[in-house]
Design a protein around this ligand. Structure first.
Ligand SMILES: *[C@@H]1O[C@H](CO)[C@@H](O)[C@H](O)[C@H]1NC(C)=O
Ligand SMILES: *[C@@H]1O[C@H](CO)[C@@H](O)[C@H](O)[C@H]1NC(C)=O
Length: 434
């Protein structure tokens, strides 16, 4: 390759614009630029330099000519050069523009990248975010991404609930995926949870969470050889909402570190709202695989998740759980006690025909595994607690209009084969609390 004339070289590369641009890009040209919350006053910036020529001095420039050195995040099996830096002493709620690059080659990002630090707890104004899981690089994933790219302006953050690229050991799929979602990451914080295809030795084809932790920087990260002992769960406070993110393929049984951390976190919530998220579901009515809530002690089984975690959700009044894993969308009514109590009394229908849950006495579960990974073709028995399900591609949009009202919409790709003449709002709900 090295000695191939440029004209031939470009012909042999995939005919995407990105590849053509990168083939002539100077050493260390940044791509895959993304950001995440680390603390109320710090944000991580991560990127990849392609062509992969190691930078001696990778840096982030932001604010008032501040320069922060980045660290190299390479791993075996990837020929990318990846970097990340944590910018601290930031002002909550403030927007910063920044560039990243290699100061040794003077190659910097030229696009207009920015992030906004998590807003302070006493800010009672409304906010919006986007959430989904199970994306990958399929045509449906690209269509969902294109719809999100038109919708992302004004969203505080994007939450990707596991099963991110489905690279499963093919590292160039991470590159394809990052190029696909760059419009979502350019000006928005991108938060993640680990899914089984990111973390579990078999389901990730040996990635074992390494690309996940090298490529995404979340508030707590510790990845030992055994992913069962990983610390990939974290929380942050976003105005009047506490967001709690679990790792549902790391042990969560009573007495485990994750369980203890979850109980401590839920017991000390100061905000009126608590949203918990994790890749696998406590409630999803699909019959697929180990998704049933049967009393199975295996980690990742919906029965063991419900048995272990539902008592905590109940005790500490978790409002909403965001799941993924099943490649579909489902919304429950407020439900607890292993599906034997459904709070229908809290449900009414507003003038737009949308169901409103007013002061619900139990947690509402959303399955958001619909961002592009192939449909599983299972059955949906429609138990009493299931309000709606669609085996369609798309994403979920959340809007808190104020500290007592949250709207959620499932924005589907659109037409029958799901490749998108949409977007179409397929389902909506409100949760309203005094
Ligand atoms: C929970 O509900 C499921 C499905 O109805 C049932 O199979 C299971 O036995 C229940 N678990 C317990 C602990 O009662
Ligand atoms: C909060 O927003 C909801 C929905 O827009 C609205 O009905 C309600 O009046 C608002 N509450 C307050 C206290 O502003």
């Amino acid at each position: 390759m090295k000695f191939t004339p440029l004209a031939l070289l470009t012909l042999t590369l995939p005919s995407s614009t990105t590849s053509l641009l990168l083939s002539s890009a100077p050493a260390g040209t940044p791509s895959q630029v993304h950001t995440s919350y680390i603390s109320p006053t710090s944000v991580a910036v991560s990127w990849t330099a392609r062509p992969s020529t190691p930078c001696i001095k990778p840096v982030v420039n932001f604010g008032d000519d501040e320069i922060v050195d980045a660290v190299t995040e390479n791993y075996d099996g990837s020929d990318d050069s990846m970097y990340s830096a944590v910018l601290d002493k930031l002002i909550p709620g403030e927007t910063y523009s920044y560039t990243v690059g290699c100061s040794d080659y003077s190659t910097y990002s030229t696009d207009d990248f920015s992030f906004t630090v998590a807003p302070p707890e006493d800010d009672t104004s409304g906010f919006e975010f986007i959430a989904f899981g199970d994306m990958g690089v399929s045509a449906a994933a690209k269509a969902a991404t294109a719809n999100m790219a038109k919708d992302v302006d004004g969203k505080d953050f994007i939450f990707h609930n596991g099963d991110i690229s489905y690279a499963c050991g093919k590292d160039d799929v991470w590159d394809t995926w990052f190029d696909q979602v760059q419009p979502l990451q350019q000006n928005n914080i991108y938060m993640t949870s680990p899914g089984n295809h990111d973390l579990l030795p078999s389901d990730s084809a040996g990635e074992n969470g390494i690309p996940y932790t090298k490529r995404f920087k979340m508030p707590q990260q510790y990845l030992p050889d055994d992913p069962e002992d990983a610390v990939l769960y974290y929380s942050w406070v976003h105005k009047y909402v506490t967001m709690v993110v679990l790792s549902t393929d790391t042990d969560y049984f009573e007495g485990t570190p994750q369980y203890k951390w979850l109980e401590e976190t839920l017991a000390t919530v100061r905000t009126p709202w608590t949203i918990v998220a994790g890749h696998k579901n406590l409630y999803c009515s699909s019959t697929y695989g180990n998704n049933e809530r049967s009393p199975d002690g295996t980690r990742g089984n919906a029965g063991s998740l419900t048995n272990s975690l539902e008592p905590l959700f109940d005790k500490y009044n978790v409002d909403v759980f965001l799941g993924g894993h099943i490649h579909a969308y489902e919304r429950t009514y407020p439900v607890n006690t292993n599906g034997t109590f459904t709070d229908h009394d809290s449900v009414s229908v507003n003038e737009d025909g949308v169901e409103v849950y007013t002061n619900p006495s139990a947690t509402t579960y959303l399955v958001l595994g619909m961002a592009g990974a192939g449909h599983l073709g299972e059955e949906w028995p429609e138990p009493e607690w299931s309000a709606q399900h669609f085996e369609e591609y798309g994403y979920a949009r959340f809007e808190f209009t104020n500290s007592s009202a949250m709207k959620m919409e499932f924005v589907a790709n659109g037409n029958e084969d799901d490749m998108g003449d949409g977007p179409i709002v397929r389902d909506s709900m409100w949760i309203v609390k005094d």
